[in-house]
Design a binder for this molecule. Structure first.
Ligand code: NAI
Length: 328
């Protein structure tokens, strides 16, 4: 058995956390030989509810769950944190302007980034789930100058998994036969799910599909709009699938993955994405590290779409710099 890892979850009383915590406790995220110390961070008004979740976690009698702490203090929550899942965020409510939303989240992710910088484990892995996820991760990273930039990531694995699901439906191939799917850019409606490198049972996916209109008119928008479609059908936002994707993200980053996955990570300038921007790329994962897949050929069709999503990220960055949450 490995030594226990401290896993901090913010927004612990929320829907995504409810879909995530029990699987983390069961070993689905860090493996079945790594005990977990859970630290649940919530705002004061939701502490009581977090206590209820903790009662249920107790009742799972999970052999790998060493301890559960609940707090409203980020310094306590991130103390010694090896994995930090930043799920809690301020949702957009009716009548709220975009600038208000950025300001509310800017304050939260400045506070959390500062605390991570001060007290987290030296090798902390940070995953931001709360929206706007890429820009929230950028803010946290900007406020944690002593933590390597590579440790700050945002969730686009849900979009990646959605792309696999659509390709699987279209071709009739099981998800396990699909490889080398990529999601580029922002976790927003501008994201670009890319099938030009994808394979189905080893064959080029677009040859197997053989339907150009499906790619341009159907696939991309279905993946981009999937969150909205789920809200329309279910009456509330995707929570279990987001939880599952967050677990996949940390699992693969920590333990490695046989295939490409998509992660929003700090750009090193690859593929023309400005250095320092948190943008989604196809990556490979091995032994606790990820690497942006190098040297892919990017045609005009993809280039236009990647650039549009990256432009949105550049604008979001400019807005939070303007508000004073990060240096320009
Ligand atoms: P939710 O509203 O059910 O839960 C959010 C929780 O965060 C609440 O319990 C709230 O009290 C807490 N919270 C707010 N501010 C906090 C703070 N400063 N510190 C600690 N906790 C705080 O929302 P849900 O459904 O769990 O979603 C969480 C976030 O994930 C949302 O921002 C949502 O937009 C985002 N999301 C991201 C996805 C992605 O793929 N990146 C997919 C789906 C949702």
């Amino acid at each position: 058995t490995n030594s226990p890892v401290t896993v901090t979850v913010t927004g612990a009383s929320g829907q995504i956390s409810y879909g995530m915590l029990f699987r983390i406790a069961a070993g689905a995220m860090l493996g079945h030989d790594t005990p977990v110390r859970l630290r649940l961070l919530e705002i004061p008004a939701a502490i009581r509810s977090a206590e209820g979740v903790a009662m249920e976690l107790d009742d799972g009698a999970y052999p790998l769950l060493s301890s559960i702490d609940i707090t409203d203090d980020p310094r306590t929550a991130f103390d010694g944190s090896g994995v930090a899942l930043l799920v809690g965020a301020r949702p957009r409510t009716k009548g709220m302007e975009r600038a208000d939303l950025l300001a509310a989240n800017g304050a939260i992710f400045t506070e959390h980034g500062t605390a991570i910088n001060a007290v987290a484990a030296a090798d902390v892995k940070v995953l931001v789930v709360g929206n706007p996820a890429n820009t929230n991760a950028f803010i946290a990273m900007s406020n944690a100058p002593d933590v390597p930039r590579s440790r700050f990531t945002a969730l686009t694995r849900l979009d990646h998994n959605r792309a696999i699901a659509q390709l699987s439906r279209k071709t009739g191939a099981p998800a396990a036969d699909i490889a080398k799917v990529a999601v580029w850019g922002n976790h927003s409606a501008t994201q670009y799910p890319d099938l030009f490198h994808a394979t189905v049972a080893g064959r080029p996916a677009l040859d197997v599909v053989n339907d150009e209109a499906w790619l341009t008119d159907d696939f991309i928008s279905t993946v981009q709009q999937r969150g909205t479609a789920i809200i329309a059908a279910r009456g509330s936002s995707s929570a279990a699938s987001a939880a599952s994707a967050a677990i996949d993200h940390i699992h693969d980053w920590t333990l490695g993955a046989p295939d490409w996955v998509s992660m929003a990570v700090c750009s090193d300038g690859s593929y023309g994405v400005p250095d320092g921007l948190i943008s989604s790329f196809p990556v490979t994962c091995e032994a606790g590290d990820y690497t942006i897949v190098p040297d892919l050929e990017i045609g005009d069709f993809s280039r236009t779409r990647i650039d549009a999503s990256v432009r949105e990220l550049v604008d979001e960055r400019a807005a939070v710099v303007e508000l004073g949450f990060a240096a320009g």
